[in-house]
Write a protein that binds this ligand. Structure first.
Ligand code: ARG
Ligand code: ZN
Length: 861
């Protein structure tokens, strides 16, 4: 447990370390509870910085010895590490510490997962391994020797290239030894070590300059059959980064390891990526199309970090978006290229609205580049990642594709080997394009979601004028907002639905601004914010007829989808607020789109979707209403019924025409068909009591079909037998069992959610120390809007109980899950009081982690 007094760190206080490291030699003598780490480091003074003591980070280390130039040295233990008096000249540091991987349940530093050793060092985990300047601006070359005598660890990996490996089983007690050397200087957060009984799925890749790279995905014996898809994704990523960004891989080997206990998705350690097994293992029987797509994106993401993150890293953690925003942007481009670009864009916007908008509009709102933090792990957020990526997308829209490429080339050329800042990043764009990005930079410092209101005026001389107003509500710590540079992509359609002006980018820079389009014989219909060209809330006064027109005719696939989305949103809002029936404009328009076989099935499947209940709660709150979770739930169900009825004739056709036969392929095209067929099945099941779904369940030979059918059966209340069969079939597969846990909660009636959750926490496989399993259950509880917010507040209490229990074991995952409460101010007074009581109860826990206490105090506001 941490000490209670949290310290706040500020961007403006940045100071360099004061020493330079030439190289680092580490020796690990592995032992489950007493691993020895010996470090030999060559330091030399940074003669520009002479005003500070020699400080090394260190946490939970049992100190054995420290020497400078061969002589024992006295260490002063200070907050978070040690200080020592060292020569003002180059010197050799040698230290030995002991650590306990088995006791490391926080999964930060060196820990054990299913008896294998692995590490997670980003952001500040290396300090739990040895004394070190654990900050990203200190980069060094590492050589790592791993020794193991205590157990069977035939595979021992670290970063870089393997130099030496010896496994001596002829002499009892002789250690396994392996030595790795990473020629590329790197910060400590990119360090990794893995050791255990692992098997490899191997392959090779020839780079653009003809270098041969050995690739391997390492898994526990028994998971070998789940590696092929990940390997293909890796090779595609390597090729794509060469083709699109001109970036080549730079080591002889590239290793990926799957780990069952992992706080996040995956980690880009140099040459040795470590993945949550849920983000790399895949097979048709056990993974859904959604899993395949996500795995492909995450493998790409981590691989792309090799250039955007590793070769060019961050000066300090305030610059996190420098690597994460850019790398998310790159993985989104990759997915758009591998699959359907419009479908990818819509999916990204859905995710942004679901995860980033609530964050940006609530108490946790922070800039893409935060200016202060207590626990950096709390800033691996949708804002840094997803809004960070949107900012890069806007930059590209503003400067154009060719200039974007030019700027990126300059970025790689100028900053390779650097620990860089957002200022460096923007400077590259200014130098490459001659553009002043002073105002654009506000996207990095100003938090909150800008609201853009547009109005139209038509004059009979043939001119359409669009007037935009932008405004951002105050956010924590930022009362006043300045206008931002907002690229708004606009196209014009004539009343027949033909495009009369192709998409062009309007640049909003002022609080209010008008743009005119002349020479039109009839009043055109504008299509505004095409492709969702900026992460803003667009307010546009538009009647249903106009939205239906865009739904039928917009040539921009995003805005066409958006028109349908707005129709369904408005219908839901009036159903919630006034009890209105679902309007026919929407249902008629939807029917026409679904009938159109020229449209991609994946796109039509998205068209069948509707805003989530949590999204509706946010919209109601914004519109000045207090959301009532039960009314929102009822209206959402009514919307589904209305669609089932209105589309009754069409649904069986959609279902049958989109069946995919033959060997399962996770590619976009068959996956899109399954998505559409399963969306149809969900509506059909509302009327047939689950007959068709039961048939599909029985015939399913892949997880996509099996899980979709089971979901429908649970919704219809007729899935008990299949649920038991599913458990029986998959009890040995953790990743599938995570689905089994989640599914029951997600598909429970609101009044049964708490009871179902509670029952599952008593299940013998509810291994709550495993983050995936904890999230499968507690994440599902908070995602069930009407269940989580069900009157009485039992769900709040249940979640708080479990957060309190998890915190001493795993503060990082606890802190992350506290976000379930971030929207509490939306709700009525009784709910606010109940949530507030739970927040108080968590805050009052003795020894509460710094991670959780920062989150709770920010959420309380
Ligand atoms: N850099 C990783 C990624 O996005 C995320 C690791 C974050 N881990 C953490 N404990 N904060 O690819
Ligand atoms: Zn990342």
């Amino acid at each position: 447990m941490r000490d209670a007094a949290p310290t706040t760190i500020y961007l403006q206080d940045y100071k360099p370390f004061g020493w330079i490291i030439d190289d680092v030699h580490l020796t690990f003598r592995l032992h489950p509870t007493a691993t020895r780490v010996i470090s030999r480091i060559r330091f030399r003074p940074d003669y520009d910085v002479t005003d500070r003591p020699f400080f090394l980070h260190g946490e939970d280390l049992k100190h054995i010895s420290a020497k400078v130039d061969g002589h024992d040295i006295e260490l002063r233990h200070v907050d978070g590490g040690i200080e020592a008096d060292v020569p003002h000249a180059p010197f050799n540091w040698e230290a030995e510490v002991e650590i306990n991987p088995e006791a490391n349940t926080a999964l930060e530093g060196l820990y054990r997962s299913n008896s294998m050793y692995c590490t997670q060092c980003e952001a500040e985990g290396f300090r739990k391994i040895t004394w070190y300047p654990d900050r990203p601006d200190v980069m060094a070359q590492f050589t790592v020797r791993i020794e193991s005598t205590a157990e069977h660890t035939p595979v021992m990996l670290s970063n870089g290239n393997g130099l030496f490996y010896q496994q001596d089983q002829t002499q009892p007690g002789a250690p396994n030894v392996s030595i790795y050397q990473d020629p590329w200087p790197k910060p400590a957060y990119l360090f990794a070590l893995v050791a255990g009984d692992l098997v490899a799925h191997e392959d090779r890749f020839a780079t653009m300059s003809g270098k041969d790279v050995s690739l391997a995905i390492w898994v526990r014996p028994g998971d070998e059959h789940k590696c092929a898809f990940g390997m293909e994704a890796l090779k595609k990523s390597m090729k794509w980064d060469e083709d699109v960004y001109g970036r080549e891989y730079d080591l002889d080997e590239f290793n990926i390891v799957a780990v069952d206990d992992f706080n996040m998705g995956a980690m880009e350690n140099k040459g040795l990526n470590i993945f949550n097994s849920s983000c790399v293992l895949a097979s048709p029987e056990t993974s859904t199309d959604g899993n395949f797509e996500r795995i492909e994106a995450i493998i790409a993401h981590e691989y792309f970090h090799n250039w955007t993150g590793n070769r060019i890293t961050c000066r300090d953690w305030f610059q996190l978006c420098l690597k994460e925003g850019l790398t998310v942007y790159r993985d989104q481009q990759f997915t758009a290229d591998m699959r359907s670009a419009p479908v990818a864009r819509i999916s990204n916007v859905l995710a942004l609205r679901a995860r980033q908008f609530p964050e940006d509009q609530g108490p946790l709102s922070h800039p893409v580049r935060p200016e202060s933090f207590q626990e950096i792990n709390n800033f691996y957020t949708a804002t840094v990642y997803e809004k960070g990526a949107e900012v890069i997308g806007m930059l590209k829209t503003l400067v154009g594709d060719a200039n974007y490429s030019k700027a990126l080339d300059l970025y790689f050329e100028r900053h390779d080997g650097d620990a860089a800042t957002i200022e460096d990043w923007l400077q590259v764009f200014e130098d490459a394009t001659g553009r002043d990005l002073g105002q654009f930079k506000r996207w990095y410092s100003q938090s909150g979601t800008p609201k853009v209101t547009v109005s139209e005026a038509w004059s009979e001389d043939g001119t359409l004028t669009l007037t935009f107003r932008q405004e951002t509500a105050p956010t924590p710590g930022q009362e006043q907002k300045e206008p931002q540079v907002i690229p708004v992509n606009v196209g014009l359609l004539n009343p027949n639905g033909d495009e009369v002006m192709e998409t062009r980018t309007l640049e909003l820079t002022e609080a209010e601004q008008s743009f005119s389009f002349s020479g039109h014989s009839a009043r055109p219909v504008p299509s505004i914010l095409r492709g969702f060209s900026a992460p803003v809330i667009l307010e546009q006064n538009m009647d249903n007829a106009r939205r239906a027109f865009l739904l039928a005719h917009d040539t921009d696939p995003f805005n066409r989808w958006e028109a349908g989305r707005m129709l369904s949103r408005d219908a839901l809002m009036s159903a919630i607020i006034d009890g209105a029936a679902i309007n026919s404009d929407y249902l008629d328009g939807l029917k026409a789109v679904l009938r159109d076989d020229t449209l991609d099935p994946a796109y039509r499947a998205l068209m069948l979707g509707q805003p989530t209940q949590s999204e509706l709660a946010g919209l109601l709150h914004q519109a000045g209403h207090t959301p009532d979770p039960s009314r929102i739930h009822t209206a959402s169900e009514a919307m589904r019924d209305a669609k089932a009825t209105a589309l009754a004739d069409l649904l069986p056709t959609l279902y049958h025409d989109n069946q995919v036969s033959g060997t399962f392929s996770p590619e976009a095209e068959p996956a899109g068909k399954r998505a559409l067929a399963n969306a149809a099945l969900a509506l059909i099941s509302r009327g047939d009591g689950g007959t068709l779904a039961a048939e599909q369940y029985d015939q399913a030979d892949n997880m996509t079909q099996q899980l979709a059918a089971l979901s429908c059966l649970l919704d219809a209340g007729t899935g008990a037998q299949q649920l038991a069969a599913f458990e029986n079939q998959w009890s040995q597969d953790r990743l599938v069992m995570d689905k089994w846990f989640s599914l029951q909660i997600i598909h429970a009636n609101p009044e049964d959610v708490v009871e179902t959750t509670r029952r599952l926490t008593h299940h013998m496989d509810f291994d709550w120390k495993n983050p995936n399993r904890f999230r499968a259950v507690m994440g599902a509880l908070q995602m069930h809007h009407a269940g989580f917010h069900h009157e009485g507040g039992d769900a709040y209490e249940l979640l708080a109980d479990w957060l309190i229990r998890l915190d001493p074991v795993n503060p990082q995952t606890t802190a992350r899950m506290c976000t379930a409460f971030q929207t509490w101010r939306r709700y009525d007074a009784p709910r606010q009081e109940m949530i507030s009581a739970q927040l108080d109860r968590i805050a009052a826990q003795e020894g509460l982690s710094g991670d959780a206490s920062e989150m709770i105090s920010r959420i309380r506001g």
